[in-house]
Design a protein. Structure first.
Length: 190
C-alpha cells in the first residue's frame, strides 16, 4: 500500500503544470580538427508558467533540437517565483545588474503593454507581466541581459512580504492616500 502511494506521488510530481518556452538565442560554434571543422550549437531558452514563475537555461549539443531540449530542461530546474501586482505588473521600480549588463524595470499603468527589447521581452512574456517599461544599458549580450533582468526580479518584494518581515499588517504598509498634515500654527503678527 505504501509503495503504491509513493509511486502515485512520484507521478504527480512528474506531471508539472504546462510551461511556455521561448528560444532567445542560438549560436553556432565550430571546433577545428585534423579533418576539418566540427560544428555544435548553443541555445538559450526562457521558460515560464505566465503566472509569476520564470527561469532560463542554456544547452549545447551537436544538433539544434537537442541543444534546445537541454536548455529547456535546465530552465525548468532553475525556476524562480516573482510577486506581481494584480498579476500584470511589478510592485515597484527595480534595477538589475550582471557583469556589464544593466537593466531598469518600471511599473506601468494598465494598457501600457510590454515595452522592452529582445531577451528582456522574452522573460517578461514568460513571467506573465502585461504592463512594464524596461531599458537595458551596457552589455547587449543576451545571456547577460537575461541574468541582469532576473537579478532585478529577485529584488522584487510585495507588500505582503514587507509586512511579514516587519511583523505588521499589509494595511499598515500600504498608504491609503496621503493623509492631511497636521494644521500648521498660524504666524503671530507682532
Amino acid at each position: 500500500m505504501a509503495r503504491e502511494d509513493n509511486r502515485r506521488d512520484r507521478r504527480d510530481r512528474d506531471e508539472t503544470p504546462e510551461f511556455a518556452d521561448r528560444l532567445v538565442a542560438i549560436n553556432r560554434v565550430s571546433k577545428t580538427v585534423k579533418g576539418g571543422k566540427r560544428f555544435g550549437f548553443a541555445a538559450l531558452v526562457v521558460v515560464g508558467d505566465q503566472k509569476g514563475r520564470v527561469g532560463f537555461g542554456k544547452g549545447k549539443a551537436k544538433e539544434v533540437p537537442e541543444a534546445i531540449r537541454k536548455a529547456t530542461e535546465a530552465a525548468k530546474r532553475g525556476m524562480m517565483r516573482v510577486p506581481l501586482r494584480e498579476g500584470r505588473t511589478l510592485h515597484h521600480d527595480i534595477e538589475g545588474r550582471h557583469g556589464a549588463g544593466k537593466v531598469v524595470m518600471r511599473t506601468a499603468p494598465h494598457g501600457t503593454g510590454i515595452i522592452a527589447g529582445g531577451p528582456m521581452r522574452a522573460v517578461f512574456e514568460m513571467l506573465g507581466l502585461q504592463d512594464v517599461v524596461a531599458k537595458s544599458n551596457g552589455s547587449q549580450n543576451p545571456y547577460n541581459m537575461i541574468r541582469a533582468t532576473l537579478d532585478g526580479l529577485r529584488k522584487q518584494t510585495s507588500p505582503r512580504m514587507v509586512a511579514q518581515r516587519r511583523g505588521k499588517k499589509v494595511a499598515d504598509i500600504l498608504r491609503k492616500g496621503d493623509e492631511a498634515p497636521a494644521a500648521a500654527p498660524e504666524a503671530v503678527e507682532a
